[in-house]
Design a protein around this ligand. Structure first.
Ligand code: F3S
Length: 515
């Protein structure tokens, strides 16, 4: 989704016929697997997500994700219903209610979750959780109520945790009266949700971000740590670049596991589940378009793990640093939103690949080559979903997942220098720069002059989720956004452009001809 596609206030933008076909494919698969006798109708899609393998033509490829990453039980209902995990005495006691009825209920959910996906056991969690419970929309009411009951019973996360950005910002983005109405109508439970988080262990709204792993935020557990994160881009980055072990948890399941400090071990938490089924060879003649290749990988691999070659030259000495991590953030979040990739390996760069190399590939792996032609084919497949296709852009959205410090300085410099060159002080359209507050604060401290110039140019620093904001009903219909994020493009009607085109567009307010 945003581990979270399902959570956003906007539907995934596929046409209705395509979505219908994919849903039918899912239901027939589940029905067949269950022998059609005991699986109730409402459960038919429980084992799959909306990540349904759409090809570049918008048609289903036939592969449907389980949303958790690889599943040992292959998410087949018949097998899942038979499976039983082994519990320790302590875990059984919790299930039997020895630590209260609320914890017993949580354990019941967790055990069922583990059984469903073929886990053998529960493992203890370390590091700190990351939650994607960030949308206070009406449809989250039952989940918020359940968590509220847990908070009232005194339950808490095993460690202070980070949470995805809020879906709106009432301070920094110059909302008009109509926008403010839309915010309060669209997200009426936001305060209730924030109150739940305060009591469960995530008190400070300054740390709301999807890029929890940035140095300025500090939620980056040690390699090999079992955690139960939610938020597809954070899971994808954490598993791949940090080397932590988490499945792609749905909203709410992250906090259930945080309150029990345990997770069922399956899928991407196991050596077997971290093996790559795809060898992806990047053979572009220049530095690739990271969002485009991520989209290509997501569409091809759906939720399988790819082993990617040809990228080590962009990471000096094979090191991921604060100045280059945005490349993997952009690629990874696109794999996780165009498909449901929860882990990728980059040869010579990411920790699993450095340690095991080609041994990570399964015997019968498939190969996918992305060259200039394939990259162009992917970019050309991005549709123009603006309500008025030939209109001029109304705003730029930069930073999904949230910007790093390096990206903030880079974009500030690019835009203000281009404005200077054009003899302008202000951009033609507002530029929303999404970032965690500690990144904003560091930028102000270290580059105060540039940040002032950015502000005067109409570049707004905000710590909300741009996709949720742009997707508000009533707002999306009148907005023609442009972005550098393939993830934002995937979840909204905002159009994707390479950096140099985006800068020109911001300066002139027009999309350059032929772009
Ligand atoms: Fe972050 Fe929202 Fe994008 S949570 S990854 S800014 S969809």
């Amino acid at each position: 989704m945003p581990a979270s596609g399902a959570l956003l206030s906007i539907p995934r933008l596929v046409d209705a016929a395509t979505a219908e076909k994919a849903a039918q494919a899912g239901s027939s698969q589940a029905g067949k697997a269950a022998g059609s006798k005991s699986l109730p109708g409402y459960a038919k899609n429980f084992l799959t997500s909306d990540m349904d393998g759409l090809g570049p033509d918008g048609k289903p490829t036939g592969q449907i994700a389980t949303f958790t990453g690889a599943s040992k039980a292959n998410a087949v209902a018949e097998q899942a219903m038979k499976h039983k995990m082994k519990l320790t005495k302590e875990e059984q006691a919790i299930l039997d209610g020895k630590e209260g009825k609320e914890k017993a209920k949580l354990m019941k959910i967790l055990v069922q979750f583990g059984n469903t996906f073929g886990a053998d056991e529960l493992v203890d969690l370390g590091g700190a959780p990351h939650s994607n419970m960030f949308i206070g929309a009406g449809y989250m009411a039952s989940m918020i109520k359940m968590l509220d009951e847990c908070a009232k019973a005194g339950l808490k996360s095993y460690a202070p945790y980070t949470v995805n950005p809020r879906p709106y910002d009432v301070y920094n983005v110059q909302n008009n009266v109509k926008d403010m109405e839309l915010i309060y109508e669209g997200y009426p439970l936001q305060k209730d949700l924030d109150y739940v988080h305060v009591r469960l262990g995530a008190p400070d709204l300054n740390y709301r971000t999807c890029a929890c792993y940035l140095d300025e935020v500090g939620n980056a557990p040690e390699p090999g740590t079992y955690v139960a994160w939610a938020e597809s881009s954070a899971v994808n980055y954490g598993n791949s670049v940090l080397g932590i072990r988490t499945n792609r948890n749905g909203a709410g399941m992250d906090l259930i596991q945080a309150m029990l400090a345990k997770a069922p071990k399956f899928g991407l938490m196991t050596d077997e589940g971290r093996k790559a089924r795809w060898l992806v060879e990047i053979k572009t003649s220049k530095e690739p378009d990271w969002g485009a290749i991520g989209t290509a990988i997501g569409r091809k691999c759906v939720e399988d793990v790819p082993y990617v070659t040809g990228l080590d030259k962009y990471f000096e000495g094979g090191k991921v640093t604060p100045d280059n991590l945005h490349l993997l953030k952009a690629m990874g979040s696109a794999t996780a939103s165009a498909g449901a990739v929860g882990l990728y390996h980059v040869e010579g760069v990411t920790p699993d690949a450095k340690e095991k190399g080609h041994d990570l590939l399964v015997k019968d792996y498939q190969t996918y080559v992305i060259d200039d032609k394939e990259q162009k084919r992917i970019i050309d497949s991005f549709p123009n979903l603006w309500p008025e296709k030939d209109g001029d852009p109304t705003a730029a959205f930069i930073g999904c997942p949230h910007n790093t410090y390096h990206e903030v300085i880079k974009w500030g410099t690019l835009v203000t220098e281009a404005l200077d060159k054009a003899g302008k002080e202000e951009a033609a359209i507002p530029v929303y720069m999404f970032m965690p507050n500690p990144v904003r604060d560091r930028a102000i401290e270290e580059h105060g002059e540039l940040i002032s110039k950015m502000k005067r140019a109409g570049m707004h620093a905000t710590n909300m989720c741009g996709v949720s904001y742009a997707g508000m009903k009533g707002f999306s219909e009148r907005m023609r956004g442009v972005t550098n994020s393939a993830k934002t493009r995937n979840y909204s009607s905002i159009r994707y452009f390479p950096d140099e085109i985006l800068v020109q567009t911001i300066v002139t307010g027009k999309i350059p001809k032929g772009a």
